[in-house]
Design a binder for this molecule. Structure first.
Ligand code: A2P
Length: 314
């Protein structure tokens, strides 16, 4: 069945999970509760989203002894932020996330980005000119430190996010514990065929972030045409008697890509999981792939006064 994907670790990862990037601390708890209550068993988190404490409150209400779900019934992913790449910082960062999420282990811990920022408490350490202060820790060394978390039982598996094919192979060349997932931006305007094929050949599953084209990304231009309003998707949605979001999520699930649509709206949260009762024809699968324009919406840096600077919200 399409409802979950088996990882190289043997773990089963539900093909649709709840995304939490951009979910405000005041909204994310009710979103996670709504998701768990309507059948989600996969929650995608990150320290950098600055809302893990509130996600943890929801998990604590529903998961664990005496609660409606057993811990092993829910798959929880989090991510190591760029300021925590130094091998001496990795364990403490993981323990902070575990404490915020009120969990004793994570199912999956991802390296959020391949690049390291200066160590410290600031999420976005910056130079006076606004550029980020990078650090010279190589992601291979960060990986080795993350492997220790598996050995210690703090995380069941480790993986990558925003890594290219070449960077994945670089990790594989040193890995004792293989990356089970690479999480990247992926949707009908950025179908990622080459990266998907590469990951498949290496036994790395792919999770799509911003699967709906992230209409709420902080830098979206007003009036910009939205993926969810693409007339070709609307026509297909009518044909299947589904919503555009459901068509897009189903398309990903059918091509073996895990999806983590973000929503804080209970009706949409529920709707986004209702993709296992219909099938998209082979022809329409191909047609959606033809919408590709290699358009990346989530670009972490921006040109400002002639220099590349990291955006604040990523
Ligand atoms: P909201 O959270 O207010 O419900 P992505 O996962 O690509 O980043 O997209 C997230 C955005 O898409 C959010 O703005 C979210 O709004 C919106 N969204 C999520 N699910 C749906 C849906 N089923 N229909 C329309 N918009 C949706």
């Amino acid at each position: 069945s399409c409802t979950d994907v088996t990882l190289s670790s043997g773990q089963r990862l539900p093909a649709v999970g709840l995304g939490t990037w951009k979910s405000s601390p005041g909204q994310v708890k009710q979103a996670v509760l709504a998701a768990l209550d309507c059948g989600y068993r996969h929650i995608d988190c990150a320290a950098a989203y600055s809302n893990e404490h509130e996600v943890g409150e929801a998990l604590a209400e529903r998961v664990g002894p005496g609660k409606s779900l057993k811990r092993e019934e829910v798959f929880v992913t989090s991510k190591l932020w760029n300021t925590k790449h130094h091998p001496d910082d990795v364990e403490a960062a993981c323990r902070k996330t575990l404490s915020d999420l009120e969990l004793s282990y994570l199912d999956l811990y991802l390296m959020h980005w391949p690049m390291a920022f200066q160590r410290g408490v600031e999420l976005m350490p910056r130079q006076p000119d606004g550029t980020v202060r990078y650090a010279d820790t190589h992601y291979r060394d960060t990986w080795v430190a993350m492997e220790k978390l598996v050995d210690q039982g703090l995380v069941k598996a480790i993986g990558l996010s925003n890594f290219s094919a070449k960077q994945i192979d670089d990790i594989l060349s040193v890995a004792k514990h293989k990356p089970v997932v690479n999480q990247v931006e992926c949707h009908p305007y950025l179908i990622q065929s080459e990266l998907l094929a590469h990951c498949k050949s290496r036994g790395v599953a792919v999770t799509a972030y911003s699967p709906l084209g992230s209409p709420d990304r902080p830098w979206a231009a007003p009036g910009e045409p939205l993926l969810l309003e693409d007339p070709r998707i609307l026509t297909m949605a009518k044909h299947y008697n589904k919503t555009p979001a459901q068509v897009i999520i189903r398309w990903q699930v059918q091509r073996g890509v895990i999806c983590i649509p973000k929503s804080v709206t209970p009706s949409r949260i529920k709707q986004n999981l209702e993709v296992f009762d219909f099938e998209i024809s082979e022809e329409d699968v191909k047609q959606i792939a033809s919408f590709n324009r290699n358009e990346r919406l989530i670009i972490p840096t921006i040109e400002k006064d002639g220099v590349r600077v990291w955006r604040d919200a990523i």
